[in-house]
Design a protein around this ligand. Structure first.
Ligand code: AHG
Length: 346
């Protein structure tokens, strides 16, 4: 059969895909669908800026220090504002919480309130911006727990199990939007000529592990269990054939590669910074949204003791150790920690 050269029926746009996904939820009102569109649009806007970052003289630091004590990069500010401005007025959200801000942002009085809460890390890996390395955006969507009225901070402090949808946008050699709404993980690649995200990676399942990803520079500061686990991944002792090491230092990019190629990423608790005894990564903005993706792709995410998705944040900026990727490998670290780290501490 000769294919019709203008037959576009096999091209699935993100819009079509998300709409079809809505059919899984007979009672869906379309609001969640629209939030996902809004985020895809934000991804396009941020991607256009990141690819012109040098030209636009946006590189460099602002003078502000964010809640994490880090210098805020200009691109972080841009990404943060882009996401909040594209989502705060639509009547779909009841509030937003960003890794860049100490407090959550209620919906301004002049706009209608919705029933969902958006949590996001606007520009993950921003310290890589100056070196033309990949960066990303991570998001999670929860339903608010209160009925009406002003949102309280406690409504944001829900365990990842309650996520309605989550995803990330990877700004790499191409821009990808990857999300789950509880029916598998789907990846879309931005076609810059068409200006649309097109389905390129349907129903992603994590393949057998090829890589491990960790900042080995901090090895001295890890617990015995984590050190032994690292040796296990390297093939010492013969438990497995050693894996290859890949580490970018942008969680989205390290996670994305391992999701597609197979592997485990971890950022353990360590003793290098007494201010951060439980590791660097944030439960609400980074660990939980990616944990939902990992589980939907047949993988697993743990804090070293149990599922990340079961941990209830104690505050908006709760930090956690994170082990994420192939299920068997993540379960293995729990074993090492249980056996070698007497207190089972994080
Ligand atoms: P930042 O956004 O401040 O650059 O932090 C990035 C995060 C995460 O994306 C990455 O996995 C981790 O920090 C890297 O930390 P190290 O530099 O300590 O390895």
């Amino acid at each position: 059969m000769v294919r019709d050269p203008v037959d576009n029926s096999s091209i699935i746009t993100i819009e079509r895909h998300i709409l079809e996904e809505q059919a899984f939820h007979p009672k869906a009102t379309g609001v969640l669908t629209n939030i996902l569109y809004d985020l895809a649009l934000a991804g396009k806007v941020i991607a256009s800026k990141t690819s012109r970052a040098g030209l636009a003289e946006i590189l460099g630091r602002t003078e502000d220090i964010n809640i994490q004590g880090e210098t805020v990069m200009k691109l972080d500010r841009f990404a943060d504002l882009t996401i909040s401005r594209l989502t705060d007025h639509t009547g779909r959200l009841a509030g937003l919480a960003s890794e860049e801000n100490a407090e959550f942002m209620p919906i301004p009085d002049k706009y209608p309130m919705g029933k969902y809460l958006l949590v996001f890390d606007p520009l993950d890996g921003s310290s890589n911006v100056d070196y033309n390395m990949p960066i990303g955006t991570i998001f999670g969507i929860y339903k608010r727990t209160g009925e009406d009225g002003p949102v309280s901070v406690s409504e944001f402090l829900q365990p990842g199990r309650k996520l309605v949808a989550s995803g990330y946008i990877a700004y790499g050699t191409s821009t990808m939007f990857v999300y789950t709404a509880g029916h598998g993980v789907h990846g879309f690649t931005l076609d810059p000529h068409v200006g649309e995200f097109l389905l390129s990676h349907p129903d992603i399942k994590i393949p057998p592990a090829k890589y491990f990803s960790v900042n080995l520079g901090y090895q001295l500061y890890w617990s015995k269990g984590v050190q032994a686990y690292t040796e296990y991944l390297q093939g010492r002792g013969g438990g497995i054939k050693g894996l290859s090491l890949r580490y970018i230092g942008t969680l989205v990019s390290d996670f994305h590669r391992n999701l597609l190629a197979g592997g485990v990423f971890y950022y353990p608790a360590d003793s290098k910074d007494p201010q951060l005894p439980t590791g660097k990564l944030r439960l609400l903005y980074e660990a939980a949204p990616l944990a939902f993706i990992a589980e939907q792709a047949g993988g697993y995410a743990s804090d070293g003791l149990g599922p990340i998705l079961d941990v209830k944040p104690s505050s908006l900026h709760h930090r956690t150790p994170l082990y994420i990727g192939n299920k068997d490998l993540v379960e293995k670290v729990e074993e090492f920690i249980r056996d070698l780290d007497s207190s089972g501490s994080l």
